[in-house]
Write a protein that binds this ligand. Structure first.
Ligand SMILES: NC(=O)c1ccc[n+]([C@@H]2O[C@H](COP(=O)([O-])OP(=O)(O)OC[C@H]3O[C@@H](n4cnc5c(N)ncnc54)[C@H](OP(=O)(O)O)[C@@H]3O)[C@@H](O)[C@H]2O)c1
Length: 300
């Protein structure tokens, strides 16, 4: 049982990607180049149906990737004071793109978020019991998460959509201020909570394979297991800067310096691992894809 897609096995792949100027969209284009996959970036705005139809007519893609969305600058607190702009792209835009893709018989690989869950008594911190794909959002504490949760729920009705729940993305480019490692090394104080996270260097190629396999439905799109802020900073100290120090603070103290609450959770990766058995546990992936390639000294 699957979506009757236009991206049939005998047709050469051609991707249409939204999010050319973004972090994930930019990385995706580089990966397609490296893999020799033909692709074009969309020029339309997600909320403008006609512009999406023109892109599809011009590019004639086999698959569409959506790495466009608003996340807020400098962070998601922006969405609290720009609700209509957030709705326009993340709700109206994402749903319009999914709808157009369905009408054209195209699979949409949608980079969504796993920041729609928070630890609760059925999924307590440290228990190893993660939220599953079929679980409904239980965190709508920020407007960003609220819109993303609503859209995920609505997209369940679109059999052409593959929803990837990305969390706290990390890449080997430690100069990128969006990188979770870069963020926490620059904060004055950090909380210390285990979370599921996405190592983009390992997982973005997997999302391309998911398109090749025409997978649809929801996937927790993180590495297996959890890692805490302090565990990452310990690794940073070991591999990158032996003199590195940091200060922790509590969730209550953090609440005073941010506007909207943040999500902390563990996602269950059984479904993704069944499809990609070589997927590395988060700490191994961090070392292989991020810290070893960036290591400056010959020790460790
Ligand atoms: N980074 C994270 O922490 C994180 C975590 C989990 C999930 N995600 C999700 O992954 C997706 C990509 O994230 P990212 O970090 O790569 O974001 P990003 O660097 O902020 O890039 C966002 C991209 O979306 C485009 N865009 C925004 N509104 C648009 C619209 N209405 N129509 C067309 N394009 C539009 C932007 O283009 P313009 O510059 O032209 O507006 C930009 O290319 C987002 O949906 C985000 O929610 C991100």
């Amino acid at each position: 049982m699957g979506f009757a897609t236009n991206g049939s096995a005998d047709k050469p792949l051609k991707f249409l990607i939204y999010g050319r100027t973004g972090w994930i969209g930019g990385l995706l284009g580089k990966l397609c180049d490296a893999q020799g996959i033909e692709f074009a970036y969309g020029t339309g705005r997600l909320e403008d149906r006609t512009s999406l139809e023109s892109d599809i007519a011009a590019v004639r893609p086999t698959h569409i990737f959506n790495a466009a969305g608003v996340t807020g600058r400098p962070n998601v607190d922006w969405c609290e004071s720009h609700k209509v702009e957030t709705i326009r792209t993340n709700v109206v835009g994402t749903l319009t793109l999914a709808d157009v893709c369905r009408e054209k018989g195209l699979i949409l690989i949608n980079y969504a978020t796993g920041c729609i869950f928070e630890y609760n008594k059925e999924h307590p911190l440290g228990s190893g019991i993660g939220f599953k794909e079929e679980d409904s959002a239980n965190f709508i504490g920020s407007f960003y998460s609220k819109t993303k949760a609503m859209v995920e729920d609505l997209l369940k009705n679109y059999e052409n959509v593959c929803t990837l729940r990305v969390r706290m993305p990390i890449s080997s480019d430690l100069s990128n201020p969006r990188n979770f490692i870069t963020k926490i090394t620059r904060y004055e104080k950090v909380v210390d909570i285990p979370n599921s996270m996405t190592i983009l260097d390992e997982l973005l190629p997997i999302s391309i394979d998911m398109a090749k396999r025409n997978l649809t439905g929801i996937y927790n799109f993180t590495n297996p297991g959890v890692v805490s802020h302090n565990e990452i900073l310990e690794m940073y100290k070991e591999y990158m800067d032996p003199k590195f120090t940091w200060k922790n603070f509590t969730l209550e103290e953090q609440a005073k310096v941010i506007i909207a609450p943040r999500s902390n959770n563990e996602l269950d990766t059984t479904k993704l691992k069944q499809e990609f058995p070589d997927l590395l546990p988060i700490k191994e992936s961090l070392i292989k894809y991020v810290f070893k390639p960036n290591q400056k000294t010959s020790s460790a």
